[in-house]
Design a protein around this ligand. Structure first.
Ligand code: 5GP
Ligand code: MG
Length: 173
């Protein structure tokens, strides 16, 4: 039997996002930034962050995959869906659910580097620095988490649990 243990409550997440938004907002006032969500895991975070920022902005998504239905990264990144509009001259804020080995972000930054964006920064709700294999720069982090597989608040295990309002760890009960 699997059980869920809450590690960050919905209320804690809401407060942390408000603080992150206060930090991020001054950098993008009048810049009409592009919030670039990495599907699927970031969809809940992006929705809350966009509203907390409360400045004019645009939203787009890329879909990348490095996980199958397993909890271990395959180390292989697939590009499944690209942005709809050119990034040239845009202030891009990549929105991630969690940075783990850094494979995904390294691949995405590499892909974006040829597209002439005016700036590229990264915000991730969660960071698991103990697992890092590639030294990727994450400009804003919500919470640092230990080496545990987390679900909820957009994040899945085999596509389940994305709807949970809290960030949880799946445990053998
Ligand atoms: P990385 O490429 O940095 O190893 O992993 C990045 C992606 O793997 C994240 O954006 C996320 O989608 C997924 N991932 C990494 N760790 C976890 C985790 O603990 N739980 C879930 N649900 N996904 C994770
Ligand atoms: Mg992700």
């Amino acid at each position: 039997m699997k059980g869920l243990r809450v590690i960050h409550t919905a209320e804690e997440i809401r407060e942390r996002i408000a603080a992150l938004a206060d930090e991020i907002r001054p950098l993008y006032a009048e810049k009409n930034p592009l919030l670039l969500g990495v599907l699927k895991g970031s969809f809940v975070f992006l929705a809350d962050l966009a509203r907390a920022l409360a400045i004019p902005l645009e939203v787009d998504f890329v879909q990348l995959g490095s996980y199958g239905d397993d909890t271990e990264s395959s180390g292989f990144v697939r590009f499944d869906h690209d942005v709809e509009r050119p990034l040239q001259g845009r202030h891009v804020l990549i929105v991630e659910d969690i940075v783990d080995t850094g494979h995904t972000l390294r691949f995405l930054m590499g892909t974006l580097s040829s597209r002439d964006a005016a700036s590229v920064r990264v915000v991730s709700l969660l960071d698991k620095p103990s697992r890092r294999l590639f030294p990727v720069g994450v400009d804003f982090v919500g919470f640092t988490v230990p080496d545990l597989f987390v679900v909820g608040y957009g994040m899945d295990h085999a596509q389940a649990y994305r709807h949970l309002p809290d960030v949880c760890v799946v445990e053998e009960a």
